[in-house]
Design a protein around this ligand. Structure first.
Ligand SMILES: [Zn+2]
Ligand SMILES: [Zn+2]
Ligand SMILES: [Zn+2]
Length: 305
C-alpha cells in the first residue's frame, strides 16, 4: 500500500476504450501534463519550502519511470524545468578551504558562515563594507552571502536540522553552537522560523536567516507605513542580536542603540525576560513585541526595487 498526503492527489478523468479485446483507460496527454504542472506548483518550487515539500513525495523506484512515448520511446510526463539549485550536490567537507563570494578571502568551510555574517550585517544596516567587491542582496544566504539559495530549518523536539542547497552549506554544523556567540565565532546568523508567514504544504514554518529578519518583516509583513504586526516573543528572541555580537562585528554601542531605536527593537534585558518567560511557561499566552520599519530600510527597499 502506498500512503501519501492528500494534497498530493489530483483527480483524473479517463475514458474507457477497447484495446486488444480488453477494456482499458485512456488519459489525455494534455490533462496529464497539466496535472504534472499543478502538482509541481503545489510543492512551491520557487521558495525554500520545496525542500521539505519534496520530502512528502513517495519514492518509487522501478523501470517504468519516467514513462516513455509509445511511438518515439522518448521520456515523457516528468518535470523538465527543475531549478538547477535543486539538483543533488556534493557537500563540502570541514577541511575544505573556499573563497568568499563577496570579498574573495579564503576560509575553511566551518568559518565561512561567521565571515559572511560580517558582510550580511553591514549590508542589512547599510554600513560601509570596504572589503566587499560584490554587492550583497536584500535577503542573502547566511552560508555564502548570495541570493537564491534554498535553506530550511526543521525543529523536532530539542533537535534542529538545517537542509540547504547552498554550495557552501556546512552540513555538519551544530545548530545550537552556531546560534551562540563566542569570541572566535561571534556571528549567530542561523536559519530561524518566521512566526508570521504561513506554513508550507508539509506544515513546516517558513525559514529565514536571522540577520535578514528585520528586512523580511518589513518587506513581507509590514503595512504601507512599514508598520510590522506584533511579533511573538520567541521569534523576537530568535532574531535578536546581542550588543557584544554587534561590537565584535565592528558596530559601536551608539550605532547599536540607534539601530534598535529606529526598528523599535527591545534591549538585551527585555529579550532575556522574554526568553525566561518562554522557558517557564512555554507560553500559553502570546508574548508579543512590536517593531517599526526604519527609514534606512525604507530606503533600502527603494534601492532594491
Ligand atoms: Zn568576504
Ligand atoms: Zn548560499
Ligand atoms: Zn515571514
Amino acid at each position: 500500500m502506498l500512503q501519501f498526503a492528500s494534497i498530493l492527489a489530483f483527480p483524473v478523468t479517463p475514458t474507457l476504450v477497447q484495446q486488444d479485446s480488453k477494456t482499458t483507460w485512456r488519459l489525455a496527454s494534455d490533462d496529464l501534463t497539466n496535472i504534472i504542472s499543478l502538482a509541481w506548483e503545489m510543492l512551491d518550487p520557487t521558495s525554500e519550502q520545496v525542500l521539505h515539500n519534496i520530502e512528502m513525495l513517495p519514492q518509487v523506484s522501478n523501470s517504468f519511470f519516467p514513462y516513455r512515448s509509445i511511438g518515439s520511446g522518448e521520456q515523457s510526463l516528468y518535470v523538465s524545468d527543475v531549478p538547477p539549485n535543486l539538483a543533488p550536490k556534493q557537500k563540502l567537507n570541514a577541511a575544505d578551504v573556499i573563497p568568499c563570494f563577496i570579498c574573495g578571502k579564503q576560509f575553511r568551510l566551518p568559518m565561512m558562515r561567521n565571515h559572511v555574517g560580517g558582510h550580511v550585517i553591514r549590508s542589512q544596516r547599510q554600513s560601509p563594507d570596504p572589503t566587499a567587491t560584490v554587492a550583497v542582496g536584500p535577503e542573502p544566504c547566511g552560508f555564502c552571502g548570495r541570493e537564491g539559495c534554498y535553506t530550511q530549518l526543521t525543529k523536532s523536539g530539542l533537535s534542529f536540522k538545517v537542509t540547504s542547497q547552498c554550495d557552501y552549506h556546512y552540513s555538519t554544523m551544530q545548530y545550537k553552537a552556531a546560534a551562540k556567540f563566542s569570541a572566535n565565532a561571534p556571528c549567530t546568523n542561523v536559519p530561524i522560523h518566521c512566526a508570521l508567514c504561513p506554513t508550507s504544504a508539509s506544515g513546516t514554518p517558513r525559514t529565514i536567516w536571522k540577520y535578514n529578519a528585520i528586512y523580511h518583516l518589513i518587506s513581507e509583513h509590514g503595512d504601507e507605513n512599514q508598520q510590522i504586526p506584533s511579533i511573538p516573543g520567541q521569534f523576537m528572541v530568535d532574531m535578536f542580536v546581542h550588543r557584544r555580537e554587534e561590537a565584535a562585528m565592528g558596530f559601536t554601542a551608539q550605532e547599536t542603540a540607534e539601530y534598535r531605536q529606529q526598528n523599535q527593537i527591545p534591549d538585551s534585558d527585555a529579550i532575556d525576560a522574554i526568553a525566561e518567560s518562554n522557558e517557564v511557561g512555554k507560553r500559553g499566552r502570546s508574548n508579543t513585541q512590536s517593531t517599526t520599519g526604519s527609514d534606512s530600510h525604507v530606503s533600502k527597499q527603494g534601492r532594491i526595487a
